[in-house]
Ligand binder design. Structure first.
Ligand SMILES: [Fe+2]
Length: 244
């Protein structure tokens, strides 16, 4: 059965190889569309990391005497197609930056999940060097996702909220600086004034705690891949007897 698990890991590695290559092309397009210099820089940094990650996967294939083959990661294809479709619905500017960031976060979450599983599997097979390399990539994916989440919450969201919200088709190719301060939009002003308690109106009976919390924004980033609870004795692992 150990051979079957090793074959499973190889299939997961092939899937990850395809996923990384697709993500790389998506990020290269995203970097060209991004307006925020901060977002552009974050994408470009992760492009370089992704090239290294692809190189590391190549090294793993060589160490395991196999090749990446032509496997296509369908999940990443879906994420990348959706990223392109959603980006195509917006003109250049702060809102498109939020769209790009959201798509990138979805991609990173998928990669975090995939590498978490591969780390757990490689650990179970006691493939220490492979585990170490995969853990390095997993950490980079987690850091990238955290960086994007922080950027979206602060700089990018502020820019998008301060934007006038009108995407002028004539200005579509303009490289509007992300840091340019604009007057608050009408919608935002209305929202702010509506939020102010009015002296004339009695307060609503609805308790404030009924308002949904920001749980939606809470990251569901899984912990670095750790082996799940073992059902059998740890000494029963046959892989321990295999020299790697
Ligand atoms: Fe990534």
């Amino acid at each position: 059965m150990e051979d079957d698990v090793e074959k499973l890991l190889i299939e997961q590695l092939k899937d990850a190889f395809s996923a990384e290559k697709q993500a790389l092309r998506c990020m290269q397009q995203s970097a060209r569309m991004a307006s925020s210099p901060l977002l552009k820089m974050a994408i470009e940094t992760h492009i370089e990391e992704t090239k290294d990650q692809i190189g590391r996967l190549d090294e793993i294939f060589q160490a395991m005497n196999t090749k990446p083959g032509r496997k296509l990661c369908l999940a990443m294809k879906g994420l990348v197609d959706e990223a392109a479709a959603e980006a195509g619905e917006h003109e250049s500017g702060p809102v498109l930056d939020l769209v790009i960031t959201a798509s990138m976060q979805r991609i990173e979450h998928y990669e975090i999940s995939a590498y978490g599983t591969m780390v757990m599997t490689a650990e179970a097979l006691e493939l220490q060097p492979v585990t170490k390399v995969l853990q390095q990539t997993l950490a980079e994916e987690q850091q990238t996702e955290a960086k994007l989440a922080q950027m979206a919450k602060t700089e990018l969201m502020t820019s998008a909220l301060e934007d006038d919200g009108e995407e002028d088709p004539d200005q579509s190719s303009s490289s509007r600086p992300a840091s340019s301060k604009r007057a608050p939009s009408k919608a935002r002003s209305a929202k702010q004034s509506a939020a102010k308690p009015s002296a004339a109106k009695p307060s609503s009976a609805k308790p404030s705690s009924a308002k949904p919390s920001s749980a939606k924004s809470a990251s569901a980033t899984p912990a670095p891949g750790k082996p799940g609870p073992k059902t059998g004795s740890s000494s029963s692992r046959p892989a321990a007897r295999r020299a790697r």
